[in-house]
Design a protein. Structure first.
Length: 294
């Protein structure tokens, strides 16, 4: 295997890993703030991509307006679902909220399936860079891979600034660390729960848009969340940086497995790594490495 081929495979793996990482961020953000594992993040990812597509093709919005419009709609959808449905699960066993998210995901998927145009066709958003290749020295990489990587880096920077420089971000961090103490300090815990679900839905929608240039938009695109959840566990289910790092690690490992191992093995890699993490590093690889270094 040549070095150029390895670089191209790694660029693809990093781009896919970025998508895993963004979805994993949505898992971790919701879990840290509410203690709930959301099993509808894949459906929110799919719904966000279709929302942008509907605004662009159905409502004739320019793509530059449809993208933020679709993400904003998903943020509002996440907040509305938390206020009308998920808030009723507060104080109930964790299994109640888990099953609620699972049922809501099935309802979202079923709702999209009722639209014939959504189930009978595959769509791509007409991003200017879609299908292009860029030459970086002697290496030829897909333009969408570079854009996905850059967009993920920008998103990570914006999230860092939000959590460190804004009152809402600091309040959300405080709530995720200790909700009782945050409430005593005047933080609205219920409001922070709503914000967490809103941001989680928005992140899932952004992940759908990052995935759209790489694959088609279709009702099953949300299945990528089944690989993003192992990424969240690999990075530590309570660590936002770890979730992104876990996604990148998983994307690169999957790409290398597809190149070096027999066909089909790469689809098993996320779950093999998940089993290893659960057996050896139940708090995530990063926590396990820190403990080993002490």
């Amino acid at each position: 295997m040549s070095g150029l081929a390895l670089v191209q495979v790694l660029s693809s793996g990093i781009a896919v890993g970025c998508v895993y990482g963004v979805v994993a961020l949505s898992f971790v953000l919701i879990y840290k703030a509410t203690g709930t594992i959301s099993f509808m993040q894949g459906e929110l990812l799919m719904l966000g991509a279709f929302a942008v597509l509907a605004l662009h093709r159905g409502a004739d919005w320019p793509l530059a307006a449809a993208v933020p419009g679709g993400v904003a709609a998903m943020v509002g959808f996440g907040a509305a679902v938390e206020r009308t449905v998920l808030r009723r699960a507060i104080g109930q066993p964790h299994l109640t909220a888990l099953l609620l998210t699972f049922g809501l995901g099935l309802m979202i998927r079923g709702g999209v399936a009722t639209v014939p145009a959504a189930t009978h066709s595959l769509y791509r958003l007409p991003f200017p860079f879609a299908g292009e290749s860029w030459c970086i020295g002697e290496v030829v990489v897909a333009a969408e891979h570079v854009v996905v990587i850059v967009a993920t880096a920008v998103l990570a920077l914006l999230l860092t600034l939000f959590f460190r420089r804004t009152r809402a971000g600091v309040a959300l961090r405080a709530c995720s660390e200790n909700a009782q103490v945050a409430a005593l300090m005047g933080v609205s815990v219920a409001g922070m729960h709503t914000l967490a679900w809103a941001l989680g839905a928005g992140l899932a929608a952004i992940a759908g848009l990052l995935l759209a240039p790489v694959t088609f938009i279709h009702p099953n695109m949300g299945l990528v969340a089944l690989k993003a959840f192992p990424a969240a566990v690999l990075g530590g289910i309570t660590s936002l940086p770890g979730a992104l790092a876990g996604g990148l690690f998983l994307g690169v490992a999957e790409a290398l497995a597809g190149l070096l191992l027999p066909e089909g093995v790469k689809d098993v890699v996320p779950y093999v790594l998940l089993m290893i993490a659960l057996l050896l590093f139940p708090d995530g690889f990063a926590a396990g490495l820190r403990a080993a270094g002490r």
